[in-house]
Design a protein around this ligand. Structure first.
Ligand SMILES: NC(=O)c1ccc[n+]([C@@H]2O[C@H](COP(=O)([O-])OP(=O)(O)OC[C@H]3O[C@@H](n4cnc5c(N)ncnc54)[C@H](O)[C@@H]3O)[C@@H](O)[C@H]2O)c1
Length: 439
């Protein structure tokens, strides 16, 4: 299949500001990592934009450029970091507290990281119950808080001489919420901001400020945030690219590798029990049942969507799926996730798979943050607005158009992502049909 029309993409000239609500473990591991890579102190392992290649044309053509050479992405040298947090620690102090990266490495980056100081945050304790901090904004209503955030964005942009800005939520997981009337239209949402409607979450105030400022927005947590009609309306109206939700790392990433494999071979699954221990601040926040419920929703939906029990009732119709997360401080960011999977094969004979994944959450998440900000900036320069489904690859709960079920299979997601890049550059889309080689 050929499109052969290039999408007009504005060049990536000038500096790209990355603004992050929530300067915790993930955000600081990302910032420190980029600085380390720039100094040659490490490799950007896990980043498709930095290490990935893309095949173009037929397999006989041997054309596989690096993705970053194929599409015009911002260079690491052009990235500038900023953010907001309820704690006043600068990025060096926050990274030190997060205990993800080794201190000798952080010390080499101290000057750069210490200069990144969080702006005062928009925070509501009702939405994140287990933590609180002093570095917060106040205002007479939520609209005024949104206006303060817009001023922060504009000031950051001019003070740092940025050509463009991207925002990515790396803040704590907010309590579970379903969309209600105030989320249905932009007019209702704006009235809700003026009335300080309790159903408007802090993450939605950041998202509103971003979209009003024509800043693309990604959501790394499972919160509702932009996944409501009012903010989708604003994204379309202001022609801004958005994507979410919840970085696909750790245990759920493993699920999206294995489950498509079982389904491909028509192997049944009777039960999938997943449990985790982790001791970072994210783990502490997730001890609150409201925040855990938000997380549980995205974690549970993945298997349902991949295995399609309605289509294969005899294989997946009777599957028991449970996910547990326990806060266990001694582990810090070095999480341990166990999966017990009860599968069955020919004539229903049972088998078991056990996974014990000693992973590092923020080490897995940091490269996703990098890819997302670079790809979102690319999408914005290519004039792509609203939900960027091609970035589903990075999320546990990919946003989709209303009525569309999300695609969770990571290999389909990767194909969709690469085909989108080919489409942008007017290259043939790759269907993997391959009959032409045998004519
Ligand atoms: N690490 C992973 O692999 C992974 C995967 C998927 C999703 N996530 C999500 O990413 C988010 C960040 O994870 P983390 O490990 O860095 O957590 P963290 O607790 O270290 O950092 C979150 C930071 O957000 C701040 N914060 C909370 N509410 C805020 C607000 N309204 N405004 C500004 N700052 C606010 C907190 O003070 C904290 O410093 C979490 O929601 C987590 O669930 C992480």
């Amino acid at each position: 299949m050929s499109t052969n029309t290039k999408v007009g993409i504005a060049p990536a000239t000038g500096r790209l500001g990355i603004l992050i609500p929530g300067m915790g473990a993930v955000a600081t591991t990302f910032m420190a990592g980029v600085e380390a890579v720039k100094l040659g102190l490490g490799e950007p392992v896990g980043s498709l934009t930095q290490l990935g290649t893309i095949r173009l044309g037929k397999r006989t053509e041997n054309r596989t450029p690096k993705i970053k050479e194929f599409v015009p992405l911002a260079a690491l040298e052009d990235l500038v970091f900023g953010g907001w947090d309820i704690y006043a620690d600068n990025a060096y102090e926050a990274a030190t507290n997060a205990r993800v990266l080794d201190q000798p490495l952080l010390d080499k980056l101290k000057e750069k990281l210490s200069a990144i100081k969080p702006m005062t945050a928009v925070f509501d304790h009702e939405y994140v119950k287990r933590i609180d901090g002093p570095n917060k904004k106040s205002g007479k209503n939520k609209m005024e808080l949104a206006e303060q955030l817009m001023a922060d964005i504009a000031n950051f942009k001019s003070e740092n001489n940025c050509a463009r800005i991207v925002m990515i939520w790396c803040g704590s997981t907010e309590t579970f919420k379903k969309p209600v009337a105030v989320h249905q239209t932009l007019a209702a949402f704006e009235e809700g901001l003026r009335q300080s409607d309790p159903e408007i979450a802090p993450s939605q105030i950041y998202a509103y400020a971003a979209l009003k400022s024509r800043v693309p927005f990604a959501n790394g947590a499972p919160n509702l945030t932009t996944d409501v009609p009012a903010l989708l309306e604003l994204a379309k109206l202001n022609e801004v690219a958005i994507c979410g939700k919840d970085f696909k790392t750790g245990q759920t990433y493993m699920k999206t590798l294995l489950a498509p494999g079982f389904k491909a071979r028509m192997l049944g699954v009777k039960g999938w029990f997943s449990t985790n221990i982790l001791g970072n601040r994210d783990g502490e926040v997730l001890e609150d049942p409201g925040s855990f419920k938000t997380k549980e929703e995205t974690k549970l939906s993945v298997l349902e969507q991949i295995l399609q029990p309605a289509l294969y009732p005899q294989l997946y119709g009777d599957m028991y799926h449970a996910v547990r997360i326990n806060y266990y401080p001694p582990r810090g960011d070095a999480k341990e996730g166990w999966d017990n999977i009860d599968i069955f094969g020919w004539l229903g004979y049972p088998m078991q798979i056990k996974i014990d994944f000693l992973c590092r959450d923020s080490i897995l998440a940091a490269p996703l943050v990098l890819d997302l900000v670079l790809f979102l900036d690319l999408a914005q320069r290519a004039g792509m607005k609203g939900i960027q489904e091609w970035l589903s690859f990075y999320f546990k709960g990919p946003m989709t158009a209303a009525g569309l079920y999300p695609e969770h299979d990571i290999f389909i997601q990767l194909m969709k992502l690469k085909n989108t890049l080919r489409w942008m550059q007017g290259e043939d889309l790759i269907t993997h049909l391959g009959l032409e080689y045998y004519d």
